[in-house]
Design a binder for this molecule. Structure first.
Ligand SMILES: NC(=O)c1ccc[n+]([C@@H]2O[C@H](COP(=O)([O-])OP(=O)(O)OC[C@H]3O[C@@H](n4cnc5c(N)ncnc54)[C@H](OP(=O)(O)O)[C@@H]3O)[C@@H](O)[C@H]2O)c1
Length: 289
């Protein structure tokens, strides 16, 4: 039952591409599939409950991809939330072929990207995708052809904004010569901070930075894990500290923790209300990494 209280509002907002304002603490759908990000989840009813609860909790930014299932996560999203709330921004991706459980092959050929965008529109039940992220740059295809096709789809009104995933600063700059880029999504969490130069570049240029694996796929949340002691002192859980640290690290940060359960979702979204002091932030930065 909805109480009208929206904990995700406490994470503050970011405006993507100058016109899409979202609460910074979002949700990622990758855990709503079977093992190896393949096929249906073990408990499809719980997956629907998770998605419905995200919007009740005030999550207005959901990250998904055609490749999750493939198509499983998008069909669940449509089942759970269509017609979508006006303030919900769904970011999806294209650019991976799925060859089986755990199999991911980048394909950036323009006709494949176009096919996947068309399929995403159909599966999600949308006329336009708010944010389409190129899941990977395919090294076999010129960047301008890949981003150029997304720019053409944008011209046609099928995509509102274009983002990139797993890129370097140089690749962002190269892509920006073909089309405006509004977001980047790279592996980043308290324990894995290689993407820091990209984060700084994103912040300086007004791009959203969407860290994937914000909980290090559960590694940071384990009892006895690197955050357990500090979390206990703080009266929070390790996952909440990992998310609060991300939110404090940069105003451009849009974490998208994934989970297959309503209880973990509620725990994660409650992190929006945790304000780390500068000393606590520095201590966490030193303790893990
Ligand atoms: N661009 C890319 O290439 C890329 C790659 C990977 C992921 N992503 C995106 O990033 C999102 C987040 O990544 P992710 O889902 O792989 O990893 P994650 O959010 O770092 O961690 C998810 C894992 O943590 C567990 N978990 C979540 N909340 C928890 C809690 N409160 N306490 C204990 N365990 C908890 C989940 O298990 P339970 O289900 O049991 O909660 C799951 O095993 C994905 O959903 C996807 O949208 C993008």
């Amino acid at each position: 039952m909805s109480t009208g209280i929206r904990p995700a509002d406490a994470s503050g907002t970011f405006t993507i591409g100058g016109d899409l304002t979202v609460n910074r603490l979002g949700y990622g759908t990758m855990q709503l599939t079977g093992p190896g990000v393949w096929g249906d989840p073990r408990d499809p009813d719980e997956a629907v409950r998770v998605l419905r609860r995200t919007v009740e909790l005030g999550v207005t930014f959901i990250d998904t991809a055609d490749a999750y299932g493939p198509f499983t996560a998008d069909l669940l999203l449509r089942k759970a939330l269509h017609p979508y709330p006006d303030d919900l921004v769904i970011a999806t991706k294209a650019g991976f072929a799925r060859t089986g459980p755990g199999g991911w092959v980048p394909i950036g050929r323009p006709e494949y990207l176009r096919q996947q965008v068309e399929l995403s529109l159909r599966h999600l039940g949308l006329e336009r995708i708010d944010l389409l992220q190129l899941h990977r740059i395919d090294p076999k295809v010129p960047v301008e052809d890949q981003v150029g096709e997304l720019a053409a789809l944008r011209q046609e009104g099928k995509i509102r904004h274009i983002g990139l995933s797993e890129v370097t600063v140089d690749e962002v700059e190269e892509a920006r010569r073909t089309a405006p880029i509004v977001s980047v999504q790279n592996l980043f969490n308290l324990a894995k901070r290689d993407a820091e130069p990209l984060l700084d570049h994103a912040e300086a240029n007004g791009l959203a930075f969407i860290p994937w694996f914000p909980l290090a796929t559960g590694e940071l949340t384990k009892p006895g894990g690197p955050l357990a002691g500090i979390a206990e002192e703080h009266g929070a859980t390790p996952s909440q500290l990992a998310l609060a640290w991300l939110l404090k690290r940069s105003p451009a940060m849009l974490p998208i923790p994934g989970t297959s359960t309503v209880s973990h979702l509620e725990e994660n979204v409650a992190a929006a209300a945790i304000e780390l002091g500068d000393d606590e932030f520095a201590a966490l930065t030193r303790a893990v990494g």
